[in-house]
Structure formats: C-alpha cells, structure tokens
Design a protein around this ligand. Structure first.
Ligand SMILES: [Zn+2]
Length: 421
C-alpha cells in the first residue's frame, strides 16, 4: 500500500502501488476522489507491520512459463478454455496484471509482465517480492505442489530472506501409511505416532483437505466399518502404487485418530473450507459442517483454523471463531480469486463478528512469488480501509485500529504457530 498525503484538495487518501501515478493527471485525481472518504481524514498506513502469511504453498522450481501456463495459475477451473477465453475479462486478473506491470516497471500487458519476470531467476523474483511485501514468515503447506517440482521450506527461507515453517497435510500421510502397512492397527498406531512427533519433525501444524475429499461433516464410524473399507481398498491401491483417499468411513475414522493426537500436543490444524477447485462439493465445504468436531470436549486443546475465509460462507466462519475459543478464522487475500469489493465485504464481516485475536492473515500463494506479494498489498489495503470505516463509524479510535491490524497481520498467527521472536 502506498500513501499519498495531502496532494489533492487538502485531503488524504491511500492507494495501492498500481494506482500510483507520478503525473497527477485529472483522471487519476478523479479516480482517487471516488475512493475517497470525508475531507481531512487520512487512511491508516499498515506498511510497517510485517506479515505472517499463515497459509501459503511453495513456489515452483521452474519459474519461466508460457502465457497459457501463467494464466492457468490464476483460476481454479481445471478446463483450460476458461483461462484462455475468459480470464482477461476477470476484474481480479486485470488488477493483478496492472499491479505486476507497476512492480516490474513495464507496460500494462500480460506479455510485458511475462517478459519482465522471465528476465530474472526464481531466487531473484522471490527475494525482491518478499522484501517489498515486508513478510516476516511464511507458513507453508507442503502438501501441494509436489516436492520434486517445488522450493523446499529451507531453501525458500534462504532465498526469500524471511522465516518459513511447515505444515503437514494429514491426508497425504494417511495415504502413505495405507500403502505402507497391511495391518490396519499398524496404520492407526503409526498415524498417531507421526502426529505426536510432528513438532520434533519440524512441523508447526496440520492441514486437512477433508472438505474436498469426503466433506467437513466428519462423522464417528466404528473401527470395524473403517477396517472393512481399508481391507477392500488396499489391494488395488498397492497394485496401482498410489491412492486417492476419498472413502468416508476410512477418512473420517483416521481423521479422529489425528484429532486425538493433535489435541494432546495442542497442535493447530488448518481446514480447507469453502472455495476450492472443481472437485469441491461446496455444500460440504460449509464450516458449519464441522460442528461435531468443534463440539468434542476432548478436542478443545486443538486450535482449528478455518481457511480461505470459508468463502462464500464468510459470516458463518467468522461466527464460529466468535463462539469457539479454539477456532480461528483465516483471511486470505490472493486466493480465493475474487476482487477487492468482495474482500472488503468478508473483512468487514470478520472484524464485525469475531475478535481480531481470532483472525489470521494469509495469501494461499502458490507456484509464483508474485502471489505472496499481491496478497500483502491487497490485505494491508483492504484491512486499512475497513478499519478506517470503523473509525469513521465511531467504533474504534486510531490506536485501537492499529492494534487490531497488528493482531490480524502478524501477532495472532505468530503465537498460534510458535513464531514469536
Ligand atoms: Zn492452500
């Protein structure tokens, strides 16, 4: 976020980097005034608050890509025709290209942005963007993209010049153990052991993708029911050498094994909620489906993070963070792929419903370091605008607004993932 104070009609305003012009043309002034608050009021400046990006993914080792490859990274649609035919008509993508053109100092076209990023190595891009975004730490979900084509957490930290910590995706671990052990009791025992020693193995939390495998309505099945699925499933999985675990009694049963061990360790678990790729049944991604898990008294020591602002169930996710002491609500500003007006809406809802000490910032950035940077630009800008509105509405004073911003952008996640200095 970039702040330009008092240049126009004696008023102040905050605009994003892509909206900055050194020639103060009347068009630019007019546009700025459209965003404008009442005379004499300045926007909060959150640029000095470093962020903990509490949910993001590694970037690809290969950063050079073609136009179609680049475009495909900016949509959840699997069918390439959507990116080809429609992405350039999406508001968030037009904004993205304009921001990147400003950052790279090139023409505002996709080709020019691709050429500009192609002229630098992945390490250079990562270092420049992370520095510009003022990122303290990246909390990396190592479950995707596959490790053989991705930066490691250690290398990311070294190249980016920020801290990184890792999150263990439990469904991948469950699949590996099923392939590895023919005895169901052994799978259960090994799974519990892995979770109990997750911290020793370098993980600061867990992540579950139950939402788009079998749904967040995680039920309690008997061991016999789960074992029957295991016995049926395993021979084929072993003969194929791979497994996509999406069998409800087995998934749910093993998730409860994970929850028990995580609760013992007070280990946070992130749940994908809401918006996702095309194999998501959005009805089962509603965070209210987690009720039975959230109600269990023996799981209260397992902090739960509802990812992706549960979009479009944002009010419901924020509500859960407001009533369950162990539930946190993630505000993600690169993915879901939605425009600023929707981001303002979910940020207003979150701050209006839940304490800021239950809200955590993220980008869900993946594949390219630009996604880490864009979310930081967007997140600070949106949060500043919403907090400013709350000051205007006489809900907060400026000092309180800065305190809440610090909680959302940094402090709450730093505590949750043991990232205190
Ligand atoms: Zn993610």
């Amino acid at each position: 976020m970039w702040e330009d104070r008092g240049l126009c009609f004696g008023v102040c305003f905050t605009i994003e980097p892509g909206e900055v012009s050194t020639s103060h043309s009347s068009t630019i002034y007019f546009r700025q005034l459209l965003f404008f608050y009442r005379e004499g009021v300045c926007m909060l400046d959150l640029t000095a608050i470093s962020v903990v990006d509490n949910h993001c993914h590694p970037i690809l080792l290969e950063q050079h890509m073609s136009g179609p490859q680049f475009r495909q990274r900016w949509t959840e649609a699997k069918d390439g025709s959507l990116a080809e035919k429609h992405l350039h008509n999406s508001v968030y993508y037009l904004w993205t290209i304009r921001q990147l053109a400003q950052f790279y100092g090139c023409e505002n076209t996709e080709d020019a942005v691709l050429a500009a990023r192609d002229s630098q190595s992945g390490d250079e891009l990562l270092a420049r963007l992370v520095k510009a975004a003022n990122i303290d730490a990246l909390v990396l979900d190592l479950g995707y993209p596959p490790p053989e084509i991705s930066y490691t957490a250690e290398y990311t930290a070294q190249a980016a010049g920020c801290r990184t910590v890792s999150i263990l995706r439990v469904e991948i671990l469950m699949q590996q153990l099923i392939l590895q052990y023919e005895n169901f009791d052994e799978v259960i025992e090994r799974l519990a052991q892995h979770i109990k020693r997750a911290r020793e193995d370098g993980y600061r939390g867990l992540k579950s993708i139950a939402a788009y495998r079998t749904g967040l309505n995680i039920a309690e099945w008997s061991k016999d029911e789960a074992a029957a699925v295991f016995a049926k499933l395993r021979p084929q999985a072993v003969s194929e050498g791979s497994l996509r675990l999406a069998h409800k009694p087995l998934n749910d049963y093993l998730l409860h094994v994970v929850f028990q061990a995580a609760a013992e360790q007070q280990l946070p678990i992130q749940f994908h909620t809401g918006y996702g790729d095309s194999d998501t049944d959005m009805r089962l991604g509603n965070p209210l489906q987690l009720r039975d898990v959230l109600e269990r008294s023996d799981y209260q020591s397992m902090p739960v993070v509802l990812l992706h602002e549960s979009y479009p169930y944002s009010q419901l996710g924020a509500y859960l963070a407001a009533i369950y002491p162990h539930v946190y609500f993630d505000l993600s500003y690169t993915i879901p792929f939605i425009d600023k007006l929707e981001m303002l809406a979910f940020t207003r809802q979150a701050l209006s419903i839940a304490p800021a000490s239950k809200l955590v910032y993220s980008t869900d950035g993946i594949y390219m370091p630009e996604m880490y940077w864009l979310g930081a630009v967007r997140g600070r800008s949106v949060l500043a605008q919403v907090l400013q509105e709350m000051i205007e509405a006489d809900e907060l004073d400026e000092q309180q607004a800065y305190h809440l911003a610090r909680l959302v952008l940094h402090d709450t996640a730093a505590e949750l993932y043991a990232l205190l200095p």
